[in-house]
Design a protein around this ligand. Structure first.
Ligand code: ADP
Ligand code: MG
Length: 384
């Protein structure tokens, strides 16, 4: 399998985006929070040259300079974002290229990984004043579609779901748990709402409502459970006529994933921890780490089936997909262990190779006018 990897590299080059290949890994350092400052926290993470991340328990300049020469506490990523990085910069550097690729009929996925409080939801969803990757991606998508509307019709479908406690729920239409099943497209949640989106404004409120529907901790009202994974799927369908009047249909899927907190459940808030819940979240994230390990080691069998999360992420990790991981970290020395853990997994994720990314495009012969097929097509076009 090492040979396969070499072959892949030779065929597709280092970066994903063109023809797939390895996962792009980014690190985002958030600013020190008010509570951390009050608790006397000091910064233990340094980012230099927008690439190098240094992790140190010491803030003393000499210690830092010495550590700089040590291995193991120094990491490099495709890009690393210091505290001052804006939401738009994060979007442009991590996700903008995927959005362009999705419009070309390729699949893409972005997932945020990190401990609770590290900035995952801020990066993904953000706030009304400071929207995150999910909203900026959809905004960009609509802009691009408007610019190109002369050469075909686009439809954008959104679905937003949660995996909590090994149960999948629709965040746009809360209700009964959804069942996962496998079809031609891969693993799908049956009955999941596909919301047809027309503008960016409605999307932000929709997502905020969806986020509000995420499972909350029983003892902490209004606080999203650190054990909830949220997945936004954006499906772009595109129809156009080519020079010989054939209809070309293209489908691109973008998945934006706000993972549950990666800290070991037992290491955190003992008082609110319910062992049943903890065990299941461990299961999803453990399954994710075993899949990452198996993929890195080039194993034949990848244990996707071990959890709902890994089933849903299957095509993001191994399939024909451009994948981006954003690892979120806090600067605080009080979170040193969690940060080290996050950087370790991010470093490991750099080794994952995904398959060559094919276009999901098919040619549809234009049916003869007057036939049922032609009428159906006309209706579809009107509807879109
Ligand atoms: P997570 O989803 O990983 O648990 P959050 O995104 O909720 O973490 O972030 C925890 C807190 O830190 C929130 O109050 C959030 O507003 C703040 N925060 C996170 N990242 C940033 C950032 N880049 N800039 C400013 N505030 C941030
Ligand atoms: Mg969160």
């Amino acid at each position: 399998n090492k040979e396969n990897v070499k072959e892949l590299e030779a065929v597709s080059g280092k970066k994903s985006g063109e023809g797939g290949s390895r996962i792009l890994v980014f690190v985002r350092l958030r600013p020190m929070g008010k509570k951390e400052k009050e608790a006397g926290a000091r910064s233990c993470v340094r980012i230099e040259n927008k690439r190098d991340v240094y992790l140190t328990e010491f803030v003393n300049e000499n210690d830092y300079l010495r550590l700089k020469r040590l291995r193991g506490r120094h990491f490099t990523f495709d890009a690393s974002f210091p505290e001052s990085t804006s939401q738009l910069e994060v979007y442009s550097e991590t996700t903008a290229e995927l959005v362009e690729a999705v419009l070309q009929g390729r699949n893409g996925s972005v997932f945020c990984y990190g401990a609770t409080g590290a900035g995952k939801t801020h990066t993904m969803l953000g706030t009304v004043e400071n929207p995150g990757v999910m909203v900026l991606a959809i905004k960009d998508l609509f802009n691009k579609i408007t610019q190109r509307s002369f050469d075909g019709d686009h439809v954008v479908h959104l679905s937003y779901l949660e995996v909590y406690n090994e149960t999948v729920r629709d965040l746009l239409a809360p209700g009964r748990p959804l069942v996962l099943r496998e079809d031609k497209q891969g693993i799908v949640a049956s009955g999941l709402t596909q919301y047809k989106a027309y503008s960016t404004d409605e999307v932000m409120s929709l997502l905020q409502q969806g986020n509000h529907n995420r499972t909350t901790e029983p003892t902490r009202a209004n606080a999203t459970s650190s054990r909830s994974h949220a997945i936004l799927q954006v499906i772009i369908e595109y129809r156009m006529k080519d020079a010989s009047d054939n209809i070309v249909k293209r489908i691109g899927k973008l998945s934006l994933i706000d993972l549950a907190g990666s800290e070991r459940a037992l290491a955190t808030d003992q008082r609110t921890l319910r062992s049943f819940e903890g065990a299941n979240i461990n299961r999803s994230l453990l399954a994710l780490s075993s899949c990452i390990n198996a993929l890195v080691e080039g194993k034949k069998h990848i244990p996707y089936r071990n959890s709902k999360l890994t089933q849903l992420l299957k095509d993001s990790l191994s399939g024909a997909c451009n994948t981006v991981m954003i690892a979120n970290v806090s600067p605080s020395n009080l979170s040193f262990g969690e940060t080290q853990n996050t950087l370790h997994w991010a470093d490991r994720a750099k080794e994952i190779r995904t398959k060559i990314c094919d276009k999901n495009e098919e040619m549809v012969q234009l049916p003869e006018s007057g036939t049922d097929q032609a009428k159906l097509l006309l209706e579809l076009q009107k509807e879109n």
